[in-house]
Design a protein around this ligand. Sequence first.
Ligand code: UD1
Ligand code: MG
Length: 434
Amino acid sequence: MQGPVAIILAAGQGKRMRSERAKVLHEVCGQPMIRYVVEAARGAGARSVIVVVGFGADQVRAALADEPDVFFAVQERQLGTGDAVLACRPLLEDYSGPALVLVGDEPLLRAEPLGNLLDRQRADRLDCLMGTAVLPDPTGFGRILRDSAGRFLRIVEQRDCTPEEAAIEEINPSCYVFELPSLWDALDQLDTTNAQGEYYLTDAPELLIQMGRSVAALPVLDAEDVLGVNTRQHLAEAHVVMQRRIQSRLMDDGVSIVDPRTTLIDGRAVIGPDTTIFPFTVISGSVQVGRDCRIGPFAHLRDGTILHDGSEVGAFVEVNRSTFEAGARARHLAYLGDTIVGPGANIGAGVITANFDGKTKARTEIQEGAFIGSGAVLVAPVTIGPEATVGAGAVVTKGKDVAAGQTVVGVPARPLRESVVPESDGFDHRETRR
Ligand code: UD1
Ligand code: MG
């Protein structure tokens, strides 16, 4: 196992979520919580990550299946956080060096302070270094006890606190760096004489001190870092903080977000400078947006969508697994799924690509400069050639490709022959072209 290693505890059910799903799989800004913690551990310098799974183990594994260098240890019964760390011992039998130990229900942990902890632990040759936070309301967390000289003594769980201890504002967020194999000596001595009858990892630092090892605690984390998710209320709070972080990063990079409160952007989205996002827009999944694009209001860009420079997706337009080439536009009320919209092509109001026949998804290709009139339906698979026009309300059926420069109208759509269409039809399809 390549060091430093990280151990992330994620075997618990999270009863207070009142859910069938393992707690760490609940999503914050579109991704399961556990993924953020894995990312933070990596960002801090962990080369290998071990996730301790138990409740919903298969789903947790599946949620991390695409992550390289993530290993799993199974804790069969949830006997406490100390026991959970012990479940990693077989994987780490030959490893000596630092182990960053974190919990999977703190999605807002940032990599930077965790990296600082790893550096300090190494520089000061500590057997245990804990990151702590000072909170005006420490309710629910274990408290950090120090002696009169400020040296770390031990952690007391909320449930085991005296009233004086409960008043302590320095808390244990469960961010530890332990030196291995030293930690195993302490875990071997854990017992269950506490309010919950569990093997508490929080007893390990005190046991290490009793064994003459060096232990310290540093208040390097802030209130946001340690926002642990135990309830749906916490989940919503975590979402707000995460969304603010995602949006400020984008704004720092030159993206305008007109109304951050009504905009929702997945952290995996990549958006170019001078793009403007209007209110009530949702960007979910891994979406890529170029420069100078206009998105919204009320737009929904879904996973796998790519908007090239200068393209526009306007009001009530949903775009799913589709690509807009440079300057392509869909300004109002449309659904585009599994579609390529060529450079400069224009999608009128109410256009639908019918990409799903109930069994399979099929692709639509709208080529350069094509014009799709209002209310048209394109039944995939179908290709609309360059500079072609689809008349308002036309239904282009499956496989009835429209040739370059051709105009089709009607249901089902047929080539327009000037001779049979009366002039009074008022149907100059290219007139509204911009
Ligand atoms: C724990 C700490 C507490 C700290 C808090 C910070 C202990 C005893 N207490 O309390 O000092 O303030 O975290 O968030 O460690 N888990 C397992 N197996 C188990 C039990 C738990 O994998 O047998 C996992 C859970 O899935 C969870 C994490 O460990 O991700 C923490 O467990 P939880 O029950 O939430 O501990 P807290 O009561 O929050
Ligand atoms: Mg917790």
